[in-house]
Ligand binder design. Structure first.
Ligand SMILES: Nc1nc2c(ncn2[C@@H]2O[C@H](COP(=O)(O)OP(=O)(O)OP(=O)(O)O)[C@@H](O)[C@H]2O)c(=O)[nH]1
Length: 295
């Protein structure tokens, strides 16, 4: 698992290594500032971290405790849902990686022996329905879909009904990332939430926001908007493998105070790993201080 995190952080680790090629037991505040900015930690958070480090030469342990503190809320799991099926609503802007992440989550449940059904709730775009259907075929899981332009809450309702009738444990419902206006999107998502609860009291049990880890402050703005619309229970940050901006995880976690459930580190169904703040921070620290100084 640890090496999986490191593989996902490879580009970030390389970028850090390029500006801090020499591994030392202590680094100066100036060096640290450059490293954090290079890794795409937002400027405000870099300032906060530096302000709270009193010495000019910073050790691994000192930095470790500061970085972990920024992830204080990040490591929280969601409560178990005893009332099966568990309904997960996937939200986020187009291109964030929603469809791929749904496939990854489905694979994750299948690995645990749970039965999964997908709902193609992004009825705004025909391509979204087709793409999710391809994943369903590949993973050999059922999918409920309708034609483009149909009411997505009807898709959500039918998916949940089908899961209940077949005794499935997991329902994962896709949603649109964009409509003609933001207000339309908010209203549509609210309606889907209402209808899920009608189909199965308490559903959706998880409203999970997919954020593209390469998007920095725009990901934070998106999260705030979706949180205001329908409330977000947890986040999955995608595409960390494809970016040198892995430090954005700190800014996202710090700005939102929401659990980071998983991170996406590739395009295949198995490329989803549970977020572990200790592994994540140690991966970054190893890049700065070198592994030999670990612990
Ligand atoms: N490298 C990498 N690529 C990813 C990851 N997650 C998603 N992608 C890629 O990002 C692109 C967009 O992902 P989708 O799953 O299509 O995203 P979406 O939010 O459904 O976007 P649309 O289909 O455009 O609405 C695809 O090319 C995915 O393969 C990840 O963790 N790592």
């Amino acid at each position: 698992m640890f090496s999986f995190i490191k593989k996902g952080l490879q580009k970030t680790i390389e970028a850090i290594a390029a500006i801090a090629p020499e591994k030392k037991a202590k680094i100066s505040k100036d060096e640290l500032e450059n490293i954090l900015l290079e890794a795409d930690v937002e400027y405000d958070l870099v300032e906060i971290i530096l302000r709270e480090l009193y010495q000019n030469d910073i050790t691994r342990d000192q930095l470790r405790s500061k970085l972990l503190a920024t992830l204080a809320y990040a490591q929280n799991s969601l409560p178990d849902n005893p009332n099966k099926p568990t309904v997960t609503l996937i939200i986020g802007v187009n291109g964030a990686g929603k469809t791929t992440t749904i496939a990854k989550l489905a694979q994750h449940h299948l690995n645990k022996g749970e039965r999964v059904i997908l709902g193609a709730g992004d009825t705004f775009r025909a391509a979204a329905i087709e793409q999710l259907t391809r994943w369903a075929d590949k993973l050999d899981v059922p999918i409920v879909s309708s034609r483009q332009g149909h009411d997505p809450s009807a898709v959500a309702y039918d998916t949940i009904e089908s899961a209940k009738a077949r005794g499935f444990e997991q329902v994962i419902i896709d949603t649109a990332g964009r409509l003609h206006t933001q207000t339309n999107l908010g209203n549509e998502l609210k309606k889907i939430v209402r209808i899920c609860d009608k189909a199965h009291t308490g559903a959706p049990h998880r409203k999970i926001l997919i954020l593209d880890g390469t998007q920095g402050s725009s990901a934070i703005a998106q999260a705030k908007a979706f949180n205001e619309m329908i409330g977000v229970d947890g986040i999955i940050i995608t595409k960390l493998d494809g970016t040198a901006k892995g430090g954005s995880v700190f800014s996202i976690a710090y700005a939102l105070s929401l659990p980071i459930l998983y991170i996406g580190v590739g395009e295949q169904p198995e490329h989803l790993i549970p977020f572990d703040k200790y592994e994540f921070v140690d991966g970054i620290l190893d890049a700065i201080f070198g592994e030999e100084t670990a612990k």
